[in-house]
Structure formats: C-alpha cells, structure tokens
Write a protein that binds this ligand. Structure first.
Ligand code: ADP
Length: 267
C-alpha cells in the first residue's frame, strides 16, 4: 500500500513494495457533501490483494465517506478533481457504467446495521443480494444457509430482523454481504457493540475471507491483531500509511491525530 496524498505533507508514509497489481487503487479522491462540507481531500492509496487494511482516525475524519466511495455509494468526486480522481477495484475503474460491477465486487457493511437490514426476515434479507445477482432459487437458498452458518446463526432464517440484538444484526448484515461472494470487503466499524464471543467469531470470519478487506475502526487493539496495513485519516486527508505496528506505535503521530498507541504496542 502506498500513500499518494499530495496536499500538505503527510506525517509518515512507509511504502510497502509489491509487484502485484493492487486490488484497490484510489487516486486524488476529493469529495464534499452537498451541504458544502468537505469530507475528503486528495486521498490516494493502494491495497494489495489479500491484504487487510485498517482506516483509523478521529470521528469526522472521513472514514465512512471513503468506504462508501469504494462501493460506489456516493456521487462522483468533486468536478474540479474528476479528471485525475479514480477508484479502481481489481482493475475496474469506478464510473457510471461500471457501478453495478463494482458493487458486485465490493461487499459493503454499514456502520449501523439498521441502515442495511430492510427485509422482514433474516432469510429474505440475506437472499436479497444473491437474488439480484440473478442466481437460481436453489443457489440463493444454499447461499443463505452457508452464510448463516459462517456467521454462527444457523436456524435464524425466519427470525424477524427487527428482533435481534445489535451483535446478531451485524452478523446478519455480514452474512448478506458474504452471500454475494464479493472479492473485497469494506466494513464500517464492524466491531462496535459486539460481546467478546461475537467479536472473536467475527475476527475468525475475517481471517478466513481470502480477498482484500478495508476496515474502518476505532478499535486499535483489533487492528494490531487483524490487519497488516493501516491508513491514518484526519480532516479528510491521508496523514500516514504503512505496516500496522510501525505506524500505531509512533506515539507523537498518534497523538497528533487524536489516537492512542494501542495497549499491546506500549513499551
Ligand atoms: P468518520 O467516519 O471518520 O467519522 P465521516 O466520513 O462520517 O467521518 O464524515 C466526514 C465529514 O463529512 C464530517 O465532517 C461529517 O460531518 C461530514 N458528513 C458526513 N456525512 C455527511 C452528510 N450526509 N452530509 C453532510 N456532511 C456529512
């Protein structure tokens, strides 16, 4: 992963050399919400295939906005930058005519499960994505069953999506994402409100997922445990990128961006 931010000078960029084509390639991405609030400025980074990359930074840094761009959920970048801005997933550049393909490749999980779940039952919710892929009914049902098993919720098919704990809702959301067999996972705060057992089981699921993952999180101990690369975002800019341990043990850098060195990395 190589940071490419060019506005101001980032605090620390540690390049990770890789000959392989990146799974995710973001260049010069700037974005403002229609209210005029600038959320991202000249963001650039690459994620190697199979890598687990954390996006960390204070609240309001732009983490959710960046993840939504990876899935093509937000309008195109600022017009003044659009001649240079690009987002590519496994070589497919995000554009109006490729948005459906990008959404198929990138499984996105919202921060709030209630933004994601919208069908009355767990089975219908998980089936929604695979049905949209045009799969047969038998294949859809098989995928619902196997993804429920993957997240440890076998038997939940006919439960109401409204009557689940937050942890169960998150796992149903993840099952819906996994049922579409994406190449890349983009997960927004997936560990919030999980009890230790659910947290552990989510870590194992993510470890087994073979594709690239980008995970926005405040849980820095989890980043140390699970991720190999980290991007520090602050005020919509990439302030540091590199291997997790080197970046997250840099106490002055962490402090500058409202973060703390995780417990495991304190000297
Ligand atoms: P993070 O995920 O790091 O907390 P966000 O991506 O949610 O950051 O927000 C980045 C910036 O964009 C913040 O200043 C936030 O207030 C603003 N923002 C987020 N969502 C919206 C929205 N729907 N409309 C206007 N501004 C928004």
């Amino acid at each position: 992963m190589v940071g490419l931010a060019s506005l101001g000078s980032p605090d620390r960029i540690i390049p990770v050399n890789s000959d392989a084509a990146p799974a995710i390639d973001v260049r010069s991405l700037s974005f403002a919400y229609s209210a005029g609030q600038t959320a991202l400025t000249e963001i650039g980074f690459q994620v190697a295939d199979g890598s687990r990359t954390a996006i960390v930074g204070p609240s309001g840094a732009g983490k959710s906005t960046l993840l939504m761009h990876l899935n093509g959920l937000l309008p195109e970048p600022l017009p003044k930058d659009s001649h240079r801005a690009s987002i590519s997933i496994h070589g497919v550049a995000l554009a109006k005519n490729s948005a459906a393909e990008i959404r198929r490749r990138v499984g996105f999980m919202f921060q709030d499960p209630d933004d994601q779940l919208f069908c009355p039952t767990v089975r219908e919710d998980i089936a929604f994505g695979p049905l949209n892929l045009g799969l047969s009914r038998d294949e859809v049902l098989a995928r619902v069953e196997s993804s429920l098993k993957q997240v440890g919720l076998t038997g939940y098919e006919f439960r109401s999506t409204l009557q689940l704990s937050v942890g169960e809702k998150r796992r149903v959301c993840l099952a819906g994402v996994l049922a579409c067999r994406p190449d890349v996972l983009a997960l927004d705060e997936p560990f919030t409100n999980l009890d230790p057992r659910a947290r552990r089981s989510l870590i194992e699921i993510l470890r087994e997922f073979p594709g690239s993952q980008v995970i926005a999180t405040h849980d820095l101990d989890l980043v140390v445990e699970l991720c190999d690369q980290v991007i520090v975002l602050d005020e919509g800019q990439v302030r540091a990128t590199g291997p997790v341990r080197e970046i997250l043990s840099d106490a002055p850098l962490m402090e500058r961006h409202g973060l703390e060195v995780p417990y495991q990395l304190r000297g």
